[in-house]
Structures are given as C-alpha cells and as structure tokens.
Design a protein around this ligand. Structure first.
Ligand SMILES: Cc1cc2nc3c(=O)[nH]c(=O)nc-3n(C[C@H](O)[C@H](O)[C@H](O)COP(=O)(O)O)c2cc1C
Length: 313
C-alpha cells in the first residue's frame, strides 16, 4: 500500500508573476489588513503565504483620519483610516529589516499625493534590499489636480505609471479602484505604460448613518467598503480586466474561503489577496492556501495555475 503522500502527487503551487516577483503560492495578504506583518505574532505562519502586502507607505509619516475610522456594516466593513503610516524613512529603518527576514515575498504598497511623490518614494525605497515588488495605490487624491482621485482618472493613472516605470527595475503592480466605469480600459493603460501586473479591487466608496444622532458613523463621513459583500463586484471587475490585458491580475475583494479564492482564479486572476477576512480569522490566508491545494488534488490538477481563466461559459 503506498503512503497517502505517495499516492497523491504534489500539486505545483508556485507562480512567477514576472520581473522578480516569484510567489511560493498564489495567496497574499492585502494592504492595510496585515500591518507590516508585525502584529500577528504567533497567530499566523507567514512563511506559508505567497506574500505580504504592507500597509500603504507615504514619503512622510501620516496620522490618518480622526476616529471613528472603522465601522462594521452588513457584509463587511467601512474604513476611513486615511493612509495612516510611519512614513518611508521609519519604514526602512524599523519595519523592513524584519520583513525581509520573512520567508515570503514582500510587496510594499506605495501612496502619493502628486506624481512626483510616487517617483521620490519609489526611488528612495529602491535603494533598500528586501522588496520584491511595489503595489501602487492610486486610491488617493491628487492635490495638484484639485483633489481628484488618481485611480478614477485614466490620464492620471497613465501619468503615474509612465513616471514610475523608468525609476525601478522591480515589479510594478498597479492597484485599481472599482469606483470607475471601465476598469478594463484603465488596466490596459497600465499595461501600455509598462506595469507588470494589476491588482483589483480596492474598496468601494460607502457610507453609514446613525439615525439617532443623524451623524455619519465615520468621522470622515464616507469610507471604503470591504468584505464578503463586495466579492461579486470584485469578480466582475477581474473578469473585465482579464479580457482587456495580458499582464497578470491579482484578485482582491471579500475572499473568506478557498472556494472564494478559486472563483477569482477561474475568472482570470493569477493570484489573490485576502484582506478583511484576516480580521475575522487571523490565519485565514494560510487556511486558504491549504484549501486551494486540497481542491487541486481532488480535481487531479498538476498545477493550480491550470485554473486561471478556466471559466466555462
Ligand atoms: C482597514 C483597511 C485598511 C486598508 N488600507 C489599505 C491601504 O493602506 N492601501 C491599499 O491599497 N488598500 C488598503 N485597503 C484595501 C484592501 O487592501 C483591499 O483592497 C480591500 O479591503 C478589499 O479586499 P477585502 O474585501 O478582502 O478586504 C484597506 C482595507 C481595510 C479594510
């Protein structure tokens, strides 16, 4: 009788997303929901993850918005953290040395308030070892263009990617917002300007009101909606992007189980990120890695990548 491990051939889980971003499996934790991988302690074996995406980093430290800045709503969360972070210098001094010890890919989420901010930030981070990729967060206001959000505007998206491409040889993953009419068009602009991948979706704009006080539940009035309720929106956006570009897509939005993650692969994502779900189950992303492998074995797959875009219509 063969041992169980001999009977079931190993499933290939690794994926190479290009320009140095190689993942041991297709599951990462999403920006803003895993801090700098320094708050989970013993709860999560980070070496089991395909990668960690850090909280957004800006050139200068940011306090973020006043509280309350997180509120639970049906189907998920609203957050208006306001990109609170330690700033680039403290990040490389205090966070990066520990992050680069981890046996997983490190993706640094970068944010700016004008094109030049992004360029200066990536140029600065590029001088430091231990970063596998940048995830460019465009869901923030461009203060030089009247506060319009970069991600909502095809031209401003193009300007950022065009400015960043010559600055780094590292993998550039552009994070797209769902709050646009045609996400496929924006994904194509990223591809044209030399992005290595696109990740989507960031949060949807949402709001909640306390009827007793007649006040918004978030001090910032509106916030970003995340969690299980946004998964159908995210799947449709990934599917739209998949039909528009050839660069890898990383699917994000409401993933709470291995089955959810597999849905994203079927509609075209090469990998996924788990966000809000980690607040409910700290090691959810590791459980999803295991669940995806179990599914692949039960389906007789040699490589989980066989599922990418394998949607039957
Ligand atoms: C509390 C919180 C903070 C977040 N901070 C960031 C951030 O700093 N940068 C970013 O690109 N996305 C940020 N996001 C968005 C997530 O990375 C993710 O795109 C979104 O929440 C959808 O995934 P989910 O439904 O699995 O949470 C944040 C989300 C939450 C809930």
């Amino acid at each position: 009788m063969p041992l169980a491990s001999e009977a079931a051939p190993a499933v290939r889980t690794e994926v190479d997303l290009g320009r140095g971003l190689r993942l041991k499996n297709r599951v990462l934790v999403a920006s803003g929901t895993f801090a700098y991988a320094d708050t989970v302690g013993e709860l999560v074996d980070v070496s089991r993850l395909g990668g960690v995406v850090t909280k957004a980093i800006s050139l200068e430290p940011r306090e973020g918005n006043p509280p309350p800045r997180i509120v639970e709503v049906p189907g998920g969360l609203l957050n208006a953290i306001g990109l609170a972070n330690v700033g680039a210098r403290a990040f490389v001094r205090d966070k990066l040395p520990r992050l680069r010890q981890l046996d997983t890919a490190i993706v640094v989420n970068v944010v700016g308030f004008c094109v030049e901010d992004y360029v200066r930030l990536v140029r600065f981070l590029d001088e430091h070892e231990g970063i596998d990729a940048y995830e460019v967060n465009l869901s923030c206001p461009n203060v030089k263009e009247g506060g319009a959000c970069f991600a909502d505007d095809p031209m401003m998206t193009r300007q950022v990617v065009r400015a960043l491409r010559p600055v780094t040889d590292r993998h550039l993953m552009i994070k797209l917002s769902p709050n646009v009419a045609r996400i496929g068009q924006i994904a194509r602009i990223c591809e044209e300007e030399g992005a290595d991948s696109v990740s989507l979706i960031n949060t949807l704009v949402g709001m909640a009101v306390d009827v007793r006080t007649r006040r918004p539940k978030l001090a910032n009035v509106t916030g970003g909606y995340s969690g299980p309720a946004i998964k159908p929106v995210a799947l449709a956006k990934v599917w739209e992007a998949y039909r528009a570009v050839r660069i890898p897509i990383i699917g994000i939005g409401g993933i709470m189980s291995a089955e959810d993650a597999l849905e994203f692969l079927l509609v075209g994502a090469q990998a996924v990120q788990v966000g809000t779900g980690t607040f409910v189950i700290p090691d959810l992303a590791v459980r999803i890695v295991e669940g995806m492998e179990a599914y692949a074995r039960s389906e007789g797959l040699r490589d989980i990548g066989e599922l990418v875009g394998a949607l039957r219509i």
